[in-house]
Unconditional design. Structure first.
Length: 291
């Protein structure tokens, strides 16, 4: 008689690091290897909800924070609080608070940008890195300088720099514009009405989108210093939906060239929201990679 895989409840917790209080959803055996999943803009921990179960059932201890400025985590005032170095320190601070020296780290969108930065600046803390639809920072800067196509795709970064305007535009009419962006940049049916209601609640919980938008503002106002070495020594998995409206898929292969041990998986019919649209495939790839 075959044994069924155990199921794990979601543990809703708050963790005080030395810098900030983070809301963190955890699952899986407490003694399992740690996997940290970092969401992007404008999501919250539930952006990974379809990956948590498969990873926990595979024996991993999974920790999924709302990053600073999002949902139930602290949302400091001021742009400077959202510098990339601060965001990366939230991750290492979370590891310290959990009593873990290292983790397997996965990120999507802004979470992937933080993942790249943590791995580049604190490589000893990351045993394996999984990236979803965001390029290596050196590649991103190169494409923004030379690719008109990518400049056009990234127009919203400039819009987000205008104080107050983007915040108001995305918040008005019950976050209609922000919800519309999710729907129209994804495949039909990716986000249900129930999903969208939960996103609206998460944005309300954080006091609006200002903290989230400040990530973009801080990146331009307080760019991090270049790392000593642009190459990543740990194994890196890049998963990328080729129909991404925001980021050109050509940057994925260029990013892989900066990884000593890199692997790339393209999803031809997926958009920027690859972990939603290809949930089963993305989850299986993560389980196999992190093992």
């Amino acid at each position: 008689m075959s044994q069924q895989a155990p199921t794990f409840a979601l543990e809703d917790t708050y963790i005080q690091t030395s810098r900030i209080r983070l809301h963190v959803v955890q699952a899986g055996p407490r003694d399992g290897p740690l996997v940290v999943l970092l969401h992007g803009f404008p999501e919250y921990w539930a952006g990974w909800h379809r990956q948590i179960g498969p990873l926990a059932q595979a024996g991993f201890r999974v920790a999924v924070p709302d990053q600073r400025g999002y949902n139930l985590s602290d949302a400091p005032k001021g742009v400077q609080a959202y510098r990339l170095d601060e965001l990366a320190k939230d991750v290492t601070g979370l590891l310290d608070a959990l009593g873990r020296e290292t983790c397997c780290l996965a990120g999507h969108d802004w979470g992937a940008a933080v993942g790249w930065h943590v791995a580049l600046t604190n490589p000893r803390r990351v045993t394996r890195l999984a990236i979803h639809n965001v390029p290596h920072p050196r590649v991103m800067m190169a494409f923004l300088r030379k690719s008109l196509r990518q400049m056009i795709k990234s127009w919203y970064i400039g819009f987000f720099q205008i104080p107050g305007l983007a915040d108001w535009s995305l918040r008005r009419d019950g976050y209609r514009s922000a919800l519309s962006s999710l729907v129209h940049s994804s495949r039909p049916g990716t986000f249900s009405d129930a999903d969208l209601a939960q996103y609206r609640q998460a944005w309300t919980n954080s006091g609006g989108l200002t903290g989230m938008i400040n990530w973009y503002r801080a990146l331009l106002r307080y760019p991090p210093p270049a790392p000593r070495d642009d190459r990543l020594p740990m194994p890196v998995l890049v998963q990328w939906g080729k129909l991404d409206r925001f980021l050109s898929h050509e940057m994925a292969e260029a990013s892989l060239a900066l990884c000593d041990q890199g692997r790339l998986i393209f999803y031809e019919d997926a958009t920027h929201w690859v972990q939603h649209e290809k949930a089963e495939q993305v989850s299986q790839a993560l389980v196999e990679f992190f093992r």
